[in-house]
Design a protein around this ligand. Structure first.
Ligand code: SAH
Ligand code: SF4
Length: 351
């Protein structure tokens, strides 16, 4: 990407301050640009009416304001979920999803094109790793939907980092993106409104714990014994369950924050009473919540979704052990809203 102009959203507020200093301009120009980008949600230099013409000109010469080209857009049948495929400047593709709940406007965003973790049931895992996204490319997904919402007098209320890719495999850029979106003089979305979902990269969970942030953490567990988990999530061979749960316990005791566990229920694989009991004993005494979601079928995985009855039975066992859980609706299944499912459908971007 050497020859391409820099993406303006890759700059932190401090970078922008430094740049204005380097250009011999006062501090307030950085504030004006930052506000233009993250409050007014302007998307081209001409819109920055607060700036003098020569500064707008310089910004447009040195930066690009768009690294994501929206492609296919799918709307769920109830109209409440929109999924967008974006082409990056090097033609890789990523996806982001907007979900409208009663009062919430939740975005699900990507941190990588593809993913190296190879979870067998995941469409993104099935496509392999392409590259990390920069913080600006992560942010631009948010701005894209924030502009659409703003046109209807609405705003983004929550961001889940559960789109394509493993955020803790792109730790710095992911956290940098959150910091930019969190900045009080700009987008100003509170840290508690973000949730990072990880497949369970233990050293990064430990690093994240040390940072003592208010960002929520979710861990994709999906199985309660190493044999089953390794067959679904290859990374489990490196970071087995007992060590993972111990890192999660340390996270909770240090941050006093509740941790979420994700569990995609696959018929006869991990939806059995035996798995539920094992899970209950693993999580005993831990401040946590379990989100179960029936598997979203993908092309290259044979497993089937669980049934409603079995999902309820699974949660009932957890409940009897005092572990709270929620069965998540498969929102937008009719628009392939499962992770990576739109990108892998479009054969032109697979190769
Ligand atoms: N890499 C991170 C975040 C992206 S995946 C992680 O693995 O946590 C977000 C969530 O979607 C994870 O819990 C993942 O296991 C789940 N997921 C992936 N493919 C799925 C499918 N086909 N059906 C149901 N959940 C799926
Ligand atoms: Fe990567 Fe998460 Fe998919 Fe696993 S589930 S392949 S970690 S995106």
């Amino acid at each position: 990407m050497k020859d391409r102009p820099r993406l303006i959203y890759d700059l932190s507020f401090n970078d922008l301050l430094g740049l204005m200093q380097q250009w011999g301009l006062p501090r307030y120009r950085a504030v004006q640009i930052w506000e233009g980008l993250y409050r007014s949600l302007w998307k081209s230099p001409d819109e920055f009416i607060t700036l003098p013409g020569n500064l707008r000109e310089r910004l447009s010469q040195e930066f690009t304001f768009q690294a994501l080209l929206p492609g296919a857009e799918l709307h769920s049948s109830d109209g409440e979920t929109i999924k967008t495929l974006f082409h990056l400047r090097d033609n890789h593709a990523i996806e982001a999803v907007l979900m409208r709940y009663k009062t919430r406007r939740t975005l699900c965003i990507s941190t990588q094109a593809g993913c190296a973790m190879g979870c067998v049931f995941c469409a993104t895992g099935q496509m392999g790793f392409k590259r990390n996204l920069s913080s600006g490319e992560i942010i631009e997904q948010v701005l894209y939907y924030a502009r659409q919402l703003k046109a209807h007098g609405e705003a983004v209320s929550n961001i889940v980092i559960m789109g394509m890719g493993e955020p803790f495999h792109n730790y710095e850029e992911t956290l940098r993106a959150i910091d930019c979106l969190n900045h009080p003089e700009g987008f100003n979305l509170g840290a508690r409104r973000f949730t990072i979902s990880t497949v369970g990269i233990i050293p990064m969970i430990r690093k994240f714990t040390q940072e003592n942030r208010q960002v929520n953490l979710a861990v994709s567990l999906h199985a309660a014994d190493d044999e089953t988990r390794s067959s679904l999530l290859p990374i489990n061979k490196k970071y087995p369950i007992s060590e993972l749960i111990s890192a999660c316990r340390d996270y909770v005791s240090q941050t006093h924050r509740r941790i979420t566990f994700e569990w995609a229920l696959i018929r006869d694989v991990n939806d059995t009473p035996e798995q539920a009991h094992k899970l209950a004993s693993l999580l005993k005494g831990l401040l946590c919540h379990v989100n179960v979601i029936p598997l979203n079928p993908t092309r290259r995985y044979q497993g089937e979704a669980t049934t409603r009855e079995r999902a309820e039975m699974f949660c009932e066992i957890l409940s009897q052990a005092g572990i709270p859980s929620t069965i998540r609706l498969r929102r937008g299944i009719d628009i392939q809203a499962g992770c990576g499912q739109l990108a892998t459908q479009n054969t032109s971007i697979e190769g």
